[in-house]
Design a protein around this ligand. Structure first.
Ligand code: COA
Length: 563
C-alpha cells in the first residue's frame, strides 16, 4: 500500500512505524505536519491509500480526512481523549494503559476505533515509556489496523462509552497546576510521579536559588535524608533533594524563559546552579556499589560468573565530555576484571546518541567543547576496540543514533532488541563524524553500504540492521526480557569451548588491521574533517546544533523523508 505518515516530528515512534511498514513492503513517505497547505500538497503529490499519524499535535484538515482514510495513533486506551494521556497515566499511577488507532473525524480523538493494544506501565519517565512500551503497543495496534483496513471488510467500532471495554475518558491538558510539588507535604512516591509524568517535557516548574526552573529526571535515593525541599547532595551533575520521607535525584534543569528572551534548554543541574551548591557535598557512588543499591547512578557495574555488565544510562542518550571520561574510567576498571565477556549498555531506553549537544551549546566556546567531547568519545571507543583479552558485547535495549551507533559498533558483537531503531549517520547535524566509524562501519556492512547509510540519513530497523550485518543478533520482547536473554547468551558465550579460539582470532585480526592501517590514522583523518566542521564558519554544524537544542521546528519536510 501507499502509506503517507503525517507527523509533527520524525520522532522515535514515527521512525519506528516508518521502518516497520517499509519492511512489510509498503511504500511509505513522510510529511511533517507544519501547516494545512503542505499536508494537502503532500497528499496530492503522493496519492496515498492510507494516511497514518503516529504523532500529531495538530488537526488534519477536514478536506483531507473527509476524502482519505486518516488513522491517528493515540497514546491512551480506548475512549481516552486529550493531549496529555501519558502524563495522566503516570500521575494517576495507572498499572495498565493502552494505545489506540482511531480514524480522524471532526472531533479530536473521537473517531471510530480500528485497533487498540494494552501495555503495562512500568515506573519511569514518560519519554522512556513512550520510546519503550508505548512504541511497542503502537506498532502492534498500527499493524492490526493496517491489516484490517487492507482486508476491506472490517468495520471500525464507533466510540461508545456505554461499552464496557471503553475504559478511557476525556481528560484536560496536564498543566503545571497538577505537576507542582509541595515539598512540605508530597511524599517521595508523589514527587517521583510528578517528576516522571513531566519528563522529558515539559518538566516540573519549581523555584530554586530564587529562580524558576523546570525540573527533569526523577530517581529515588535510598540513604540520604534532609529537610524537605533542601538540596542535600550532588553527584555527577545531578542534585539530590530531600522529601518528607526520603529524597530524590533530579538530573537536569531548564530555566523558565522570560517573554522575549532566547530559548532555554536542559542542562545538568549542577552546571545550572553553580555557586548555589557551594556548600552541598558531592556524594559519589562507585559503579559496583551502585549496582547493589537503590540510588541514582549513571554508571553501574555487576558481575555474574564470567560475565561483567557495564550499564550506563545518560539522560537523552547524550554523552558529554565528562560523562565519556567517567564511562572510560569505569570501562577500564571493568576491562581489567578477570571476566571473559563484558556487556555494555543501559537496561532500557537509548543506548547512546553521541556527543552532548546541549552541553556544547551552553559552553563558552562550543567549537572547543565539541572538540573535547568528540575526543573523549574517541578515547572510549578506542579502549573498546583495543580490548583483546575478552569479548565485548554491545546490548541495545533501546535506540541509538550518530556517534552512539558507532560506539556500539566498537564491540565484537552487537545484540539488539527487535524494537530498536538505529540512525547510523551524522549528516543531519552537519558532521563528518568520528568514533572510528570509518574503520568499523565499512568492516561490518561494506564500503558501499556504509556510504549509503551515512548519506541517506534514514532510520534503520533492527531486522534491516541484522540483514545488513550492522548488528549480529536481534531478539524480540520487552526491555527486561531482552536483559534476561542477554544475560543468558553472554553466559553461554563465556562458557563456550570456542572462546579461546575466538579471542586468539580477535588478537590476530586486531594486529593485522593495525599493521594495515593504525587506529590512530583513522582517528586523525576523521578528526581533521571534524575540526573543519567545528571551526569553519561556512559549515552548518553550529546552526543545526542550535536549532536542534532550541527545538526550532523545520520550515519544510526534509527531502530525504518524502520517499
Ligand atoms: N545531545 C543532546 N540531546 C540529545 C541528543 C544529543 N546528542 N540526542 C538526543 N537528544 C535529546 C533530544 O533533544 C530530546 O530531548 P527532549 O526529550 O528534551 O525533547 C531527547 O534527547 C530525545 O530525542 P528526540 O529527538 O525527541 O528522540 P527521538 O527518538 O525522536 O530521536 C534522535 C532521536 C537520536 C534521532 C535525535 O534526537 C537526534 O537526531 N539526535 C542527535 C544525534 C546527533 O547528531 N548526535 C551528535 C553527533 S554524534
Amino acid at each position: 500500500m501507499r502509506i503517507l505518515l503525517v507527523a509533527s516530528a520524525f520522532n522515535s515512534l514515527t521512525q519506528r512505524v516508518y521502518t516497520v511498514l517499509r519492511a512489510l513492503g509498503h511504500v511509505v513517505a513522510v510529511e511533517l505536519a507544519l501547516g494545512d497547505e503542505p499536508v494537502r500538497a503532500a497528499v496530492e503529490r503522493f496519492r496515498p491509500e492510507l494516511i497514518l499519524a503516529p504523532m500529531l499535535t495538530r488537526a488534519i484538515p477536514e478536506d483531507v480526512w473527509s476524502r482519505y482514510p486518516v488513522f491517528i495513533v493515540h497514546p491512551g486506551p480506548m475512549g481516552d481523549r486529550g493531549p496529555s494521556s501519558l502524563d495522566w497515566a503516570i500521575h494517576e499511577n495507572a498499572e495498565v494503559w493502552g494505545v489506540t488507532v482511531l480514524q480522524a473525524v471532526a472531533e479530536m480523538d473521537a473517531g471510530p476505533i480500528w485497533a487498540s493494544a494494552p501495555f503495562s506501565v512500568r515506573p519511569g519517565a514518560k519519554s522512556e515509556l513512550y520510546r519503550g512500551e508505548v512504541a511497542d503497543a503502537a506498532v502492534s495496534a498500527v499493524l492490526l489496523a493496517v491489516e484490517r483496513f487492507q482486508s476491506g471488510s472490517f468495520e471500525p467500532d464507533p466510540l461508545d462509552y456505554s461499552r464496557p471495554e471503553i475504559s478511557g475518558r476525556l481528560r484536560p491538558y496536564h498543566t503545571q497546576d497538577y505537576r507542582r510539588i509541595d515539598w512540605s507535604v508530597d511524599d517521595t512516591a508523589t514527587v517521583l510521579r510528578k517528576l516522571r509524568s513531566g519528563d522529558s517535557q515539559p518538566g516540573v516548574l519549581d523555584t530554586l536559588a530564587g529562580r524558576e526552573y523546570y525540573l527533569h529526571g526523577g530517581h529515588s535515593e535510598d540513604r540520604l535524608r534532609g529537610a524537605p525541599g533542601q538540596v542535600i547532595a550532588t553527584r555527577d551533575g545531578a542534585i539530590c533533594r530531600a522529601t518528607v520521607d526520603g529524597a530524590v535525584w533530579i538530573l537536569q534543569l531548564r530555566p523558565r524563559r522570560a517573554p522575549g528572551d532566547p530559548a532555554t534548554f536542559k542542562l545538568p543541574a549542577v552546571d545550572v546552579l553553580g555557586d548555589f551548591l557551594a556548600d552541598v557535598p558531592e556524594v559519589p557512588v562507585s559503579p559496583e556499589e551502585a549496582g547493589r543499591r537503590q540510588t541514582w547512578a549513571e554508571i553501574r557495574y555487576r558481575e555474574d560468573g564470567a560475565v561483567g555488565f557495564l550499564e550506563f544510562a545518560f539522560p537523552s542518550g547524550a554523552m558529554s565530555t565528562q560523562q565519556c571520561r567517567r564511562l572510560l574510567t569505569a570501562y577500564r576498571d571493568a576491562a581489567a576484571r578477570r571476566t571473559a565477556v563484558l556487556v555494555l549498555g543501559p537496561a532500557r531506553d537509548f543506548f547512546s546518541n553521541g556527543i552532548h549537544l546541549n552541553v556544547i551549546e551552553a559552553a563558552a566556546d562550543p567549537a572547543d567543547e565539541s572538540w573535547q567531547n568528540i575526543n573523549a568519545m574517541d578515547d572510549l571507543v578506542e579502549a573498546i576496540l583495543t580490548t583483546t583479552d575478552k569479548l565485548v558485547v554491545s546490548a541495545l535495549a533501546g535506540n541509538a543514533a550518530a556517534g552512539g551507533v558507532m560506539l556500539a559498533l566498537a564491540a565484537d558483537e552487537v545484540w539488539c532488541r527487535a524494537s530498536v531503531v538505529l540512525n547510523p549517520h551524522y549528516r543531519l547535524m552537519g558532521l563528518h563524524g568520528s568514533e572510528y566509524w570509518t574503520y568499523t562501519l565499512p568492516a561490518r556492512v561494506g564500503a558501499e553500504e556504509a556510504r549509503r547509510l551515512t548519506s541517506a540519513a534514514l532510520p534503520v530497523g533492527a531486522d534491516e540492521a541484522l540483514a545488513l550485518r550492522l548488528v549480529d543478533r536481534v531478539v524480540g520482547g520487552s526491555a527486561s526480557e531482552f536483559g534476561t536473554w542477554v544475560g543468558r547468551e553472554a553466559a553461554r558465550l563465556a562458557e563456550s569451548v570456542s572462546l579461546e579460539t575466538r579471542l586468539l582470532a580477535k588478537k590476530i585480526r586486531r594486529a593485522g588491521d593495525e599493521a594495515a592501517k593504525p587506529l590512530a590514522a583513522y582517528r586523525e583523518e576523521e578528526l581533521a574533517r571534524m575540526r573543519v566542521n567545528f571551526t569553519d564558519p561556512a559549515e552548518p554544524y553550529h546552526t543545526l546544533r542550535r536549532n536542534f537544542v532550541c527545538k526550532v521546528s523545520p520550515t519544510a519536510t526534509p527531502e530525504h523523508l518524502r520517499g
